[in-house]
Design a protein around this ligand. Sequence first.
Ligand SMILES: [Zn+2]
Length: 138
Amino acid sequence: MVDRLSAKRRSWLMSRVRRENTAPELSVRRLISAIGYRYRLHAPELPGRPDIVFRKTKKVIFVHGCFWHHHIGCRLATIPKSRTGFWRAKFSRNRARDAAILERLESGGWRTLTIWQCQIRDLCSLEKRIRAFLGPSR
Ligand SMILES: [Zn+2]
């Protein structure tokens, strides 16, 4: 019983850890601040609880880990060798959920940008994408 609870707790903690304030997300937030945009974090009332929110312009940015969100064609989107069927099903659910979230946001008038973990290494092109998405900062 104790073991089951602690396993549940551990998995809850892991899910929290990977949802918010991940290293890729922090890098994107630092970049966005550095180029002069103000944002809010984790709007709980919006579908999918977007990582970075620009209320006035109705734009949101998601920062996705390539493994958990299963970035198609990405070398970080590996499938674990054991329980392969379980992981494939899990990743396909994650992808379907992400797609449904974007649809709900966009039908509510929000514009969305998804930044993948593997795209953060190239800060220069990332900055260009973010500027193009957000428009003038003042
Ligand atoms: Zn990737």
